[in-house]
Design a protein around this ligand. Structure first.
Ligand code: DAH
Length: 342
């Protein structure tokens, strides 16, 4: 038994020191230790000389030795391929495995585009909370309690606190920016808004808007027109016409809605423009003096313009998406179609 132990110990040292650098050395090792006439086999043969009571212990010893010899071989098994030409194994003409990538959501693509057009004009991005208080969503925007204009938007109220609403428009961010009192102010405010509408192809209970606000000394309606003219030509192309229709919003005076010439039919009439040749894209106007006063700004000194547009609407016009529900269904067949756009 002691004899066996010595033998194994000597071999173990050799095995641990074995460090082949090529396939031939590895193969020589395999034959020497693991082959049919190898050392492992030979030592196992010595088992028969071990007296009965010690057989168990000897068996454990031998098994451990065998495992060591095999593990050492496995540790260098990668050398086996050394001699074989790797070129023969790899077929470079085979097409690669493509890794599927995600696509940007069309609404995000359009929002990014809107923001970047205004950023180049010196507007910075501002955001605000989606759960808003009455003051920022309504009252400060010249819509005091019981003002009929509140009915223009079906509001979700937060059950636990009737002063809180899910913001119905991004105009609430205008209020938050004016409140900071840092003038002049030139911001573009993208974000999600909520209204209590039944979901259909043409309406949804949440959608996205982009608000613009510019306050400085001497800002005029001409500045508003020129800014939006630039936006339209960047967004829809320089040949797109625009027109302003007189409208009403409590937070602007005068107020207007802006239409662009239909980008699908070019004005000759189609479903998108309901055969009028024009599609409405946003509301705008000169910031109401009451609103400026609400934030301690003197309307005799400062003036400004504001506008608000629906991101879904712009996307619908740009990519002819005619069902609002597609934007939130997460159907990859829809989303993949926007793969090629920025
Ligand atoms: N907040 C309006 C809406 O959700 C859109 C809007 C109209 C925003 C006129 C404005 C504006 O800033 O001047 O319908």
């Amino acid at each position: 038994m002691q004899d066996l132990q010595h033998k194994i110990a000597a071999h173990e040292a050799d095995i641990n020191a074995f460090s082949p650098s090529n396939a031939a050395e590895l193969e020589a090792y395999r034959i020497q230790y693991l082959g049919t006439k190898g050392i492992v086999k030979e030592i196992f043969g010595a088992m028969k000389d071990v007296p009965g009571p010690q057989k168990k212990e000897a068996g454990q010893l031998l098994n451990a030795f065998k495992m060591l010899a095999e593990a050492r071989y496995e540790a260098f098994a990668h050398l086996q391929n050394d001699n074989k030409s790797t070129e023969a194994k790899i077929d470079f003409s085979l097409p690669g495995t493509s890794i599927p990538t995600g696509t940007r959501h069309p609404l995000r693509v359009v929002e990014n585009k809107i923001v970047s057009i205004f950023e180049k004009l010196g507007f910075s991005v501002a955001t605000g909370p989606e759960v808003e208080d009455d003051w920022h969503n309504f009252t400060s925007l010249n819509m005091p309690e019981n003002h009929t204009a509140r009915d223009m938007q079906d509001t979700f109220y937060v059950a636990s606190n009737p002063d809180w609403v899910l913001r119905t428009h991004t105009s609430s961010v205008q209020a938050r920016m004016l409140e900071k009192g840092e003038l002049p102010l030139r911001v573009i405010c993208p974000g999600r808004v909520y209204r209590n509408e039944t979901i259909s192809a043409r309406a949804h209970c949440f959608f996205h808007q982009c608000e613009g606000l510019y306050i400085d000394k001497g800002v005029s309606f001409a500045d508003l027109k020129q800014t939006l003219f630039h936006f339209v030509s960047e967004m829809f192309g320089p040949d797109t016409k625009l027109r302003f229709r007189q409208s009403y919003f409590p937070f602007t005076e005068p107020s207007a809605e802006m239409d662009i010439s239909c980008t699908v039919c070019g004005g000759s009439g189609c479903n998108l423009c309901k055969h009028t040749g024009w599609v409405e894209i946003l509301g705008c106007g000169m910031v109401h003096p009451n609103m400026l006063r609400n934030f301690g700004i003197d309307p005799e000194v400062y003036s400004g313009f504001a506008f608000g547009m629906g991101v879904e609407r712009i996307t619908q016009i740009k990519y002819q998406v005619n069902d609002l529900r597609l934007y939130s269904q997460n159907d990859v067949r829809f989303l993949k179609q926007f793969e090629a756009i920025e």
